[in-house]
Design a protein. Structure first.
Length: 267
């Protein structure tokens, strides 16, 4: 069964400067736990002043006193990685290193540092459509037994493109793949299903599709489709996320569509 990574707070934080009520975050985690989600990515580390852009250890303990079987994760951008912010005994179990194609070697080195500190490190490749042959050669240094994530950063890819990405990564010896979709062309859901059909080890979701710009694959939609529990997410949306969407809108728009068509950030 594919593993599910809920990155609502981390990706949704783009809309709130990574400030959320503790109760909302706690209840979102509990919904994920009740639905059988494997990973819960609670924010960034070293990405600004918001509580969930820092993810200090004491805050994580306070907000989520009982992780149960869920692995708690944080993301760090390769260019913002500081080794001193990561340590054995951290309440976070998993760290995703987000890197652009020109940062792959750097990201792999950081994964090795994190593994030595007993984290589960995951390399998260952004802008996957622009990785060169030389940068693919850099990936040979990455442990293929770990999950290797790739992101459709601007929501530009079609289902056939997802299939081609899997074939390409498989041809390079990477089979333990994760996928993160964006919804600029309203294809995040079908692209995620395509990734699962291609054998994805893990895929990303967010509550009500909350995320940067056009948003991401909705957790409640995907979990219902693949036969996992989803009712706790519906209840959560009614309690928090409809109001949050009204206050900080995300989703399909002409601007976001333009980004998907051009496969680039539209300012």
């Amino acid at each position: 069964m594919v593993r599910i990574l809920d990155c609502t707070i981390r990706d949704g934080g783009h809309l709130t400067d990574w400030n959320f009520a503790d109760e909302l975050v706690s209840d979102t985690f509990e919904a994920a736990k009740a639905c059988g989600v494997t990973y819960f990515e609670i924010g960034y580390r070293n990405h600004g002043d918001g509580k969930f852009a820092k993810c200090l250890n004491e805050d994580l303990h306070s907000i989520i006193p009982d992780k149960g079987d869920v692995k708690l994760g944080v993301m760090v951008n390769a260019r913002e990685f500081l080794e001193d912010l990561f340590f054995e005994g951290d309440y976070a179990d998993v760290v995703r290193i987000a890197c652009h194609p020109n940062e792959i070697s750097q990201g792999i080195e950081y994964c090795k540092i994190l593994e030595d500190k007993n984290y589960e490190p995951i390399l998260h490749l952004m802008d996957v459509a622009h990785i060169s042959d030389e940068q693919f050669r850099d990936l040979k240094q990455y442990d293929a037994d770990r999950i290797l994530y790739f992101a459709d950063s601007y929501g530009a890819l079609l289902p056939k493109d997802i299939q081609d990405c899997f074939k390409l990564f498989n041809s390079k010896g990477f089979y333990n793949l994760g996928f993160h979709g964006h919804n600029n062309k309203q294809l995040a859901f079908i692209n995620t299903l395509t990734a699962i059909d291609c054998g994805a080890a893990s895929v990303d979701v967010t509550v009500y599709g909350m995320g940067r710009a056009a948003g991401n694959t909705p957790a409640e939609l995907l979990l219902n489709e693949i036969g996992m529990p989803s009712r706790p997410y519906f209840d959560l949306i009614e309690k928090y996320y409809i109001d949050l969407h009204n206050q900080n809108p995300w989703g399909y728009s002409l601007k976001n569509l333009s980004g998907g068509i051009s496969n680039s950030k539209v300012v």
